[in-house]
Design a protein around this ligand. Structure first.
Ligand SMILES: C[S@@+](CC[C@H](N)C(=O)[O-])C[C@H]1O[C@@H](n2cnc3c(N)ncnc32)[C@H](O)[C@@H]1O
Length: 268
């Protein structure tokens, strides 16, 4: 078995198999992907035509949730786990437009995201941004490294957008959320998006099966009850667990109903 940590990020990039961060970038209309990512991305779209809308709705949810947190909720620290490749309106850009002193730590384990991390590190002078190359399966390491930039005695918004779906075991995923929530004080928040088969999305299940046979990392959908289970003991913010396209998306912003839950919850 090779020791990934001893390699340079460029050497860890597997360009022969589709990777989630790069295919997600393709669906969002970005340019940071390989031919294999386009091929798998197109196959998934042919089976599940609304996947592009899911990706766009998820990013739009990120914008509304971070605006709520930096604005109404007064949060100044963000731990964005499963960041993805830089795109428009990354977490620090949305947060620092509202609160220039906001501090953001990005975490991802995909080497291609690491190679693009510079674009995520353009902080305001008053705030701070950092990037941590780490695996969501190791929340203790994430908290330890993130504490170089974030003060874990003050509220933190833990962002888990489109990532717990890559932790296939629900008990393990619940344990990860618990350990992260245990590391932050009262007044902190958890922000989640997660794919589901409960909100429709024709071809969603077949497309996930295709993904798991042809791309990496493998993915799973979850029910609303399973996603709510991640948030046991937390206060779910209005409007609750809904399609991420419907979370505080009044008026012109309201997009199509997508099969991806979005939810924000507060640690009491
Ligand atoms: C679907 S993308 C979501 C990106 C962004 N959060 C968003 O909502 O647009 C999932 C991201 O999670 C990352 N990821 C997947 N498994 C991971 C793990 N075990 N640890 C850290 N990051 C992971 C992928 O590399 C990818 O960038």
């Amino acid at each position: 078995m090779s020791d990934d940590s001893a390699q340079q990020p460029g050497e860890r990039i597997a360009s022969h198999i589709a990777h989630n961060a790069r295919v997600w970038n393709y669906w969002l209309g970005g340019k940071d992907h390989y031919e294999v990512d386009e091929q798998v991305g197109d196959m998934v779209t042919s089976m599940y035509p609304s996947i592009g809308e899911v990706a766009r709705a998820d990013r739009a949810f990120l914008g509304r949730a971070v605006s709520f947190l930096a604005g109404e909720a007064g949060i100044r620290q963000f731990l964005d786990i499963g960041t993805g490749l830089p795109t428009v309106d990354n977490t620090h850009e949305v947060a620092q437009r509202i609160a220039p002193d906001a501090r953001i730590v990005y975490v991802d384990n995909d080497p291609i995201v690491l190679t693009h991390a510079r674009a995520l590190l353009t902080s305001t002078a008053e705030g701070a941004t950092d990037y941590v190359d780490a695996d969501a399966h190791d929340p203790a390491a994430i908290v330890r490294t993130a504490s170089d930039t974030l003060d874990f005695d003050r509220p933190v918004a833990i962002m888990l957008l489109g990532i717990l779906n890559f932790v296939l075991d629900t008990q393990e995923a619940t344990g990860i959320v618990r350990r992260l929530v245990d590391a932050v004080p009262s007044g902190s928040y958890v922000v989640l998006t997660h794919p589901t088969l409960e909100l429709g999305g024709e071809g969603n299940e077949a497309a996930m099966k295709f993904w798991n046979e042809n791309a990496t990392p493998p993915i799973t959908a979850r029910t609303g009850a399973e996603v709510r289970g991640f948030l046991d003991g937390l206060e779910i913010v209005e409007p609750g667990l809904v399609s991420c396209a419907r979370w505080r998306s009044e008026g012109a912003e309201e997009g199509p109903l997508v099969a991806q839950f979005g939810v924000v919850a507060r640690k009491p």
